[in-house]
Ligand binder design. Structure first.
Ligand SMILES: Nc1nc2c(c(=O)[nH]1)N[C@H]1C(S)=C(S)[C@@H](COP(=O)(O)O)O[C@H]1N2
Ligand SMILES: [Mo]
Length: 330
């Protein structure tokens, strides 16, 4: 994302390849969702350490119809192959090359895990992962993910709205923003030795953004436990903002009164603002944001896709920014 040039994804592998275990796990999950027992299935995940880069070939069947009732949560765009979703990542704690996370994230221990929820709330609490998995019914959400670097993917996540958690801790009248701190573990994360960012990686949202039903607390993708390179065991997904707003491997959620300074704002304030809504009309100082490259659609004649306002979620989230100058609040 910073000064590095995006090298693109060069593997000549057909985009339909998805590990069989992943496909079968997803099918089982969807079956259980239909039967109303997905919570139990997902709770069983807590007893396992997350995957890191599985690679057993198998065919991905046509995706079944949507399971989320949240408007906008089921894009009809074709999901990006599992292999790309889990092989082309940004997770700088493991290094800045796109394949560093898949190569190194296996060392991260995701179990036991807990998330501290604190600050301006009436009911602060430390949640064990097991409690989070059972907190609310899981659903599948198929979201576009747009990285500020100019590429995008489509990912079938599994999780529930962050609002479910927020409701339970009861924010006080002073809570106006939410900070997300992600794990910083020197023993497993070689990237922490670099000075690319200040660690731990901190991100933030305005409280109304955090409460929006599209803001997802994700525990899985493709019907399986989140691979470590994608932010196991729990991460945020904010689909109308550039990908870096979606912190991985979250360990702390803090409700605050003042707008937080995020890791990327601190690193390059002129390039990365607090809002970072996907916006084709506001360019990054060093490149255009008008178009994007959809990972997996590479080939000699790949056409760039036009980038959509709020990443295509304008109908759902546009009102959050009514009256704001989006050039100023980039
Ligand atoms: N902790 C942490 N979270 C992070 C990042 C990171 O470097 N560290 N990278 C962000 C960026 S730039 C993007 S585009 C997305 C990528 O998510 P994915 O690898 O699951 O596609 O994760 C975001 N979350
Ligand atoms: Mo990104």
């Amino acid at each position: 994302m910073p000064s590095r040039k995006d090298r693109g994804f060069e593997h000549p592998i057909p985009s339909e390849i998805t590990p069989r275990a992943v496909y079968e796990g997803r099918r089982e999950l969807l079956r259980r969702m239909a039967a109303g027992s997905a919570g139990a299935a997902l709770a069983a995940w807590a007893g396992r350490d997350a995957l890191a880069g599985v690679a057993r070939p198998g065919k991905l069947a046509p995706l079944p119809g949507g399971s989320s009732t949240v408007p906008g949560a089921m894009t009809m765009d074709r999901p990006t192959a599992y292999e790309h979703v889990t092989g082309y990542n940004n997770f700088y704690e493991f290094g800045t090359d796109k394949d560093d996370p898949a190569r190194h994230a296996g060392a991260l221990r995701t179990q036991p895990w807990s998330v501290i929820v604190e600050g301006e709330v009436h009911k602060p609490r430390t949640y064990a992962l097991e409690d989070l998995l059972r907190l609310a019914p899981m659903e599948e959400r198929i979201y576009r993910l747009r990285c500020v670097e100019g590429w995008s993917m489509v990912v079938p996540w599994v999780g529930y709205s962050l609002a479910e958690l927020i409701r339970r801790v009861e924010p006080t009248g002073n809570a106006r923003y939410v900070e997300f701190h992600t794990v910083a573990d020197k023993t497993s994360m070689p990237g922490l030795a670099s000075r690319v960012l200040l660690w731990p990686y901190v991100e933030g949202l305005r409280l109304d953004e955090a409460l929006h039903p599209l803001t997802l607390l994700a525990f899985g993708l493709y019907g399986e436990v989140l691979p470590k390179q994608n932010g196991a065991p729990v991460r945020l997904v904010v689909p109308w903002k550039y990908g870096f707003k979606s912190g991985k491997s979250v360990v702390r959620i803090r409700f605050v009164e003042k707008q937080p300074t995020t890791a990327w704002m601190a690193a390059a304030p002129h390039e990365y603002g607090f809002y970072s809504n996907v916006n084709p009309h506001v360019d990054h100082p060093r490149w255009s944001q008008a178009t994007e490259r959809r990972i997996g659609e590479n080939g000699l004649f790949q056409r760039k896709r036009p980038t959509l306002m709020f990443n295509g979620y304008e109908a759902q989230v546009g009102q959050l920014y009514a009256g704001m100058d989006l050039r100023k609040h980039y």
